[in-house]
Write a protein that binds this ligand. Structure first.
Ligand code: AMP
Length: 449
C-alpha cells in the first residue's frame, strides 16, 4: 500500500474497541435494485426508440463541469445555483459542480464540438443522474434522474416546439402513463418580458404585506416565481395579477398562436396556464409542463421550453434552442402506482446437476441455453436433489433441468416443469429448440434467438 493510501486509512486494522461503523447512502440518494431496475430499463429503451424515430441521437455528458457554466446559464440568483448545487474545489482550485440539470452541458457541448457545422437543427437526448440539494420527500431526491432532449440550432418555427411536445406525449402514451396533463404558456422574450416583469413587480409590491416571506423576497429577485406559489393564502392575490399574454410583443404573440395551432394539427391536447413560468432564467417564449397521476404534490414529470438566449450567455453565436427534461424517478413512481411495473422475472431454467461428469455436461448446457437468450442458473456446487429443487423454486425458475449419471449416459435429459411437477425426457439436441419455443409462447416478444 502507498503511504498516501495508508494515511487515508485504507487497509488499517480495525481497532478492538472501535465500534463497527454501518454505512448508509447519503440523505436524498438511494439504490435502485432489481426487479425495479427492469422498469427503468424499459422506460429508457422506449425513450430511445421513440426519440430515434424523431431523429434524435444520444449524447453522453460529464457528471461535473465548472461551477461557472451553471452559474452563468442557470443564473446566480436561482435556488438551483444559490442553494442547491454540490460544488467543491478541485485540487487545482477550480470550482467544480455536480450537474443540477443537463441543458447547460448540452449547450456547452454543442459549441465546444462545433456542432453548428452540422445540418441544423441538431437533436440530442441524454439520460442520467442530476444533483440538487433539495429537501428530500416522495418524488424529490438529491440525486435524481432526468431524460433530457434538446433541439439546437434551427429556427423559431412553432413546428419545432410542437414536434418536441408531441414527441414527449407519444413517449408517455407508449409507456401507458396515466392522468397526463400538458400545460403550456408563453413567457415572452428579452424584449417584452422585462416590461411585464416590471409591471408584475409593481403590482406585487402593492400587496407585499399580505404575501409570505418567500414571495416577498421574490418580488425583488424573481417576481415570475411568485406565480409558482402553492401557498393557499396567496392564491387569490396572485389570481388578480396581470397576465403575460396581454404584454407579449407581436412576434411572441404570433409565435404562441403558431405553437397552439401546430399542437392542434398534431392532435395534442393542452391547457393554457398563464401562471406557468420556469425557474430558470434562460427560458423564453413557449414553455410547458406535464403532470401525471399518483405523485402527490410533486406531480410534475416533465418541464421544458425554448431557451434562445442561452448560447450567447456561453459565448456562442445567437442560437435558437428548445428542450425538455423528464423526471425519470417520478415517471417510474407514477407507473408503479398505476400497476404498470413488469412482473419480476425469474430464471427460465435451473440446472440441477449431480456428479462430476454431469457437471461438465451442465456447463455445456448452460452455455448453449444462454446463447439462445434464456436465463439460466447453474449452481456452483453439487446439491442434493431436494435442495436443488427448493432453490429453483425460490428463484422462480420455470424449469429444472436434471442432469445426473443416468442422463449423461443415456443422452436423454430430464426437464421438470416446476409449477406442475410434470417431467419429460429430451435429447440434448432438442432441448434448446423446445425451450425457445415454450418461451416464445409465454412471451411473444421473445421470438428471435
Ligand atoms: P427542471 O430541470 O427543474 O425543469 O425539472 C424537470 C423535471 O425534473 C421536473 O418536472 C421533475 O420531474 C424532475 N425533478 C426536478 N428536481 C427533482 C428532484 N429533486 N427529484 C426528483 N425529480 C426532480
Amino acid at each position: 500500500m502507498s503511504e498516501a493510501a495508508a494515511k487515508k486509512g485504507f487497509g488499517e486494522k480495525p481497532q478492538p474497541k472501535e465500534e463497527r461503523r454501518k454505512f448508509q447512502a447519503i440523505k436524498g440518494t438511494r439504490d435502485l435494485l432489481p426487479p425495479e431496475t427492469a422498469l427503468w430499463h424499459r422506460v429508457e429503451q422506449i425513450a430511445q426508440e421513440v426519440f430515434a424515430s424523431y431523429g434524435f441521437g444520444e449524447i453522453r455528458l460529464p457528471i461535473f463541469e465548472t461551477t461557472d457554466l451553471f452559474a452563468r446559464s442557470i443564473g446566480l440568483e436561482t435556488d438551483v445555483v444559490s442553494k442547491e448545487m454540490y460544488s467543491f474545489e478541485d485540487r487545482d482550485e477550480t470550482s467544480i459542480s455536480l450537474r443540477p440539470e443537463a441543458t447547460a452541458s448540452v449547450s456547452r457541448a454543442y459549441l465546444e464540438n462545433g456542432m453548428q457545422q452540422l445540418p441544423q437543427p441538431v437533436k440530442l437526448y441524454t439520460i442520467g443522474p442530476m444533483f440538487r440539494r433539495e429537501r428530500p420527500q416522495k418524488g424529490r431526491y438529491r440525486q435524481f434522474y432526468q431524460i433530457d432532449a434538446e433541439v439546437l440550432g434551427g429556427s423559431d418555427a412553432p413546428a419545432i416546439d410542437a414536434e418536441l411536445i408531441e414527441m414527449v406525449m407519444k413517449f408517455f402514451e407508449r409507456l401507458g402513463l396515466e392522468g397526463v396533463q400538458l400545460d403550456i404558456n408563453c413567457i415572452g422574450d428579452k424584449k417584452c418580458r422585462p416590461i411585464y416583469v416590471e409591471r408584475l413587480r409593481a403590482e406585487l409590491r402593492k400587496v407585499k404585506d399580505r404575501l409570505g416571506p418567500d414571495s416577498q423576497r421574490r418580488i425583488e429577485t424573481n417576481p415570475l416565481r411568485v406565480l409558482d406559489s402553492k401557498l393557499e393564502n396567496e392564491q387569490k392575490l396572485i389570481e388578480g395579477m396581470p397576465h403575460i399574454a396581454e404584454h407579449l410583443c407581436e412576434e411572441c404573440a404570433e409565435n404562441y398562436r403558431g405553437v397552439k395551432k401546430e399542437l392542434e394539427l398534431r392532435g395534442v391536447k393542452y391547457r393554457e396556464n398563464w401562471r406557468l413560468v420556469r425557474g430558470l432564467d434562460y427560458y423564453s417564449r413557449a414553455t410547458f409542463e406535464i403532470t401525471a397521476k399518483g405523485l402527490g404534490s410533486q406531480n410534475a414529470v416533465c418541464g421544458g421550453g425554448r431557451y434562445d438566449g442561452l448560447m450567447e450567455l456561453l459565448g456562442g453565436p445567437p442560437t435558437r434552442a428548445t428542450g425538455f427534461a423528464i423526471g425519470e424517478d417520478r415517471l417510474i413512481l407514477s407507473l408503479q402506482e398505476a400497476g404498470k411495473a413488469p412482473a419480476p422475472q425469474g430464471r427460465d431454467v435451473y440446472i440441477a446437476w449431480m456428479g462430476e461428469k454431469a457437471y461438465a455436461t451442465a456447463i455445456r448446457a448452460a452455455e448453449n441455453l444462454r446463447a439462445a437468450g434464456l436465463r439460466i442458473e447453474l449452481p456452483p456446487a453439487e446439491q442434493k436433489f431436494g435442495k436443488a429443487l427448493g432453490q429453483a423454486d425460490k428463484l422462480r425458475a420455470r424449469y429444472a433441468l436434471i442432469l445426473g449419471d443416468n442422463e449423461v449416459a443415456s443422452g436423454q435429459w430430464t426437464l421438470k416443469t416446476l409449477a406442475t411437477g410434470e417431467q419429460i425426457k429430451l435429447a440434448e439436441s432438442h432441448l434448446v429448440d423446445f425451450l425457445k419455443g415454450e418461451k416464445a409462447k409465454a412471451d411473444p416478444s421473445h421470438r428471435s434467438g
